[in-house]
Design a protein around this ligand. Structure first.
Ligand code: DAH
Length: 360
């Protein structure tokens, strides 16, 4: 047996015996790798007399092919065997409960949950969700909303101002979500039906005020809209949000620069022990501001108040969620306290739907 044949026999025998993929790969490298035994044979080619080189070369290539085939076959066989073993041993009991992992431990913040609930309720009534920037200019946050430069409402709102720009103007952290009304009317043609949930900022902090909080703005613009529509929308919203059959409301005259007439809405509630029941009862609680969009606001975005009219409302989301889920202090919402979040937070998969229950 020639040296080459002997080498081939040895390697084939080793391939035959090997039992796992890693060992098989090792054999391949030792034989056919750059420094492998078969590759080394080729290096001797130069020393052979010229008439022997061709047949020697062919012989070595033949060995290479045979080894490659044997390696490939063995690899397939080993992989098949491994798969068969896995299939025989791995079974899944699909009746087992889901294991508690990091995903199941995460919590959705009650504010996010309430925003999802609010979006779901209004989407069902045909409202789209609109957004605007947290950093606003004077025009959108104030002027276009019928709050001119000398208006007292500018002081009332405890605005966070940015430093003056070269032209003397100052950007602000938006003090309410109402500027999204303006941006939406500038960008879209009526009819308009939107809500705009988001963060707002005022320089204020105590048990029921934080410098950053959340509002949802509502705006409907059409050729014929009236306070009956406004009342119905608010009533349906409050009933759905608090998941009760009845919410008795009271519209109280008030003043907002951007609406005329303007109203605050109170709803009935009742306290029994630590529980607050919303909707009926002997007490009134103020819950939101609303009104018919002021003609000056329509003019500011280039609408004709003779042709178009509408209503708007603004609700504090943080307070809604305190009322619904019973947290006593607003500041805890933003303290990033894991214990609080575990208690008041929602499961990742508790997505609120009208059909499945909002506060699931
Ligand atoms: N922007 C008001 C605020 O921040 C809330 C508000 C009241 C919004 C009446 C409205 C509205 O759209 O009509 O206090």
């Amino acid at each position: 047996m020639s040296q080459i044949e002997q080498l081939e026999t040895e390697i084939l025998a080793a391939i035959g015996k090997v039992d796992d993929l890693a060992a098989l790969e090792q054999i391949r490298v030792l034989a056919l790798g750059k420094k492998g035994s078969v590759s080394a044979l080729m290096k001797g080619l130069g020393q052979l007399p010229p008439d022997e080189r061709k047949s020697f070369g062919q012989q070595v290539n033949g060995v290479k092919q045979a080894l490659n085939k044997a390696l490939g076959d063995k690899k397939t066989a080993l992989a098949d065997k491994a798969l068969a073993q896995r299939l025989a041993t791995e079974t899944a009991d699909i009746s087992l409960p889901v294991r508690i992992g990091p995903l199941a431990q995460g919590r959705i913040h009650p504010i996010s949950q309430c925003m999802d609930e609010i979006n779901e309720i209004f989407a069902d009534m045909g409202f789209a969700i609109a957004e605007g920037p947290d950093i606003e200019d004077d025009f959108h946050n104030f002027t276009a909303l019928n709050i001119p430069a000398d208006h007292p409402a500018r002081q009332e709102q405890d605005t966070f101002y940015f430093p003056k720009r070269a032209d003397g103007s100052r950007l602000v952290l938006r003090t309410h979500t109402s500027p999204v009304q303006i941006r939406t009317m500038q960008a879209q043609k009526p009819p308009i039906r939107i809500i705009a949930p988001g963060r707002v900022y005022r320089c204020d902090s105590d048990q029921t005020h934080t410098p950053m909080f959340h509002q949802v703005e509502g705006l409907v613009i059409d050729s014929e809209t009236h306070m009956g529509h406004l009342k119905w929308v608010l009533e349906e919203f409050l009933k759905a949000f608090f998941e009760v059959d009845e919410v008795q409301m009271r519209f109280r005259a008030n003043h907002f620069p951007f609406t005329e007439p303007s109203m605050e809405v109170d709803i009935r509630y009742e306290r029994s022990g630590n529980e607050v029941r919303i909707g009926t009862g002997d007490q009134w609680m103020e819950i939101l501001g609303c009104g018919m969009v002021h003609p000056n606001v329509l003019k500011a975005v280039g609408y004709d108040p003779e042709q178009l009219q509408g209503f708007a409302f603004g609700v504090g989301i943080d307070r809604l969620s305190m009322l619904k889920y019973g947290m006593p202090d607003l500041r805890d919402f933003f303290a990033a306290d894991l214990k609080w979040l575990r208690h008041y937070g929602f499961g990742v998969l508790d997505v609120p739907t009208l059909a499945g229950g909002l506060g699931a």
